[in-house]
Design a binder for this molecule. Structure first.
Ligand code: AMP
Length: 228
């Protein structure tokens, strides 16, 4: 029988929302909008791993080889990262998880981590986008290394090609957004994501929103599903 520790019961504690979706589905965009609107902490494991990589921490060096190949980082590293981040009291107002859990083992670990802190998942929202759209979105994605503003070569280009509208910095592309790594990421990461979705569907926590809609409509759909 599936463990239900930390899931499913009536929530009396801070909201904990999980966004699930393939790379490029818009988890990061939606999580940062919702975190700002609702005053929640945005916890993005991809961002935490990238900053560990940049800072050349032990964790960053352990994660590097997997990230560069488009593989998932081993569960124990991802779980340790999230356990540490969630223990931080600054997460007190509510949390939106972006990019975790990505495997069924991570989903089970999250329930235990949350229960230990008196928390539980309020809602899991899967953002659904077709695989062809994901490749097109990811391989056109560039951003400003100075202010973080994201752009897309086709859907949201900067006014001047390759230059940030806000501060004139030259835009950069994530190593793993090159088209060949994008395909590897999707091939490797979609099957475990399906297990995560099945896990939350079985726990009756799952909502699915159409991620091909305009950004503000996706935000509204997620808000409706999380009741915020
Ligand atoms: P993202 O920015 O969410 O696409 O994550 C970038 C990369 O970080 C992924 O391709 C993985 O290599 C790694 N990563 C992020 N979150 C996780 C996770 N929960 N489990 C394993 N690897 C992860």
């Amino acid at each position: 029988m599936m463990s239900r520790v930390g899931v499913g019961e009536a929530s009396t504690t801070r909201p904990v929302v999980v966004l699930v979706g393939a790379a490029g589905a818009g988890k990061g965009t939606q999580a940062s909008i919702l975190a700002a609107e609702l005053g929640y902490r945005h916890l993005a494991t991809g961002d935490l791993f990238r900053s560990a990589l940049r800072d050349r921490t032990v964790l960053g060096e352990q994660a590097r080889v997997y990230m560069e190949r488009g593989d998932l980082v081993p569960d124990e590293l991802a779980i340790g990262l999230v356990a540490e981040a969630l223990a931080d009291q600054s997460a007190a107002g509510g949390v939106i998880l972006d990019g975790f859990p990505r495997t069924a083992a991570q989903a089970r670990a999250l329930e235990i981590i949350l229960a230990a802190g008196g928390d539980q998942i309020s809602r899991v929202v899967a953002i659904d986008v077709s695989e062809a759209d994901l490749v097109a979105r990811l391989s056109g994605r560039w951003s400003c290394p100075a202010c973080g503003t994201p752009y897309h070569l086709v859907y949201d280009p900067p006014r001047q090609p390759g230059i940030c509208n806000n501060d004139g910095t030259a835009l950069t592309q994530r190593e793993d957004d090159r088209v060949e790594v994008v395909r590897a990421r999707l091939t490797k990461q979609i099957p475990p994501m399906r297990e995560v979705i099945a896990h939350y569907r079985a726990a009756d926590l799952l909502s699915v929103v159409d991620g091909s809609l305009p950004i503000d409509e996706v935000t509204a759909a997620i808000r409706a599903e999380v009741g915020a």
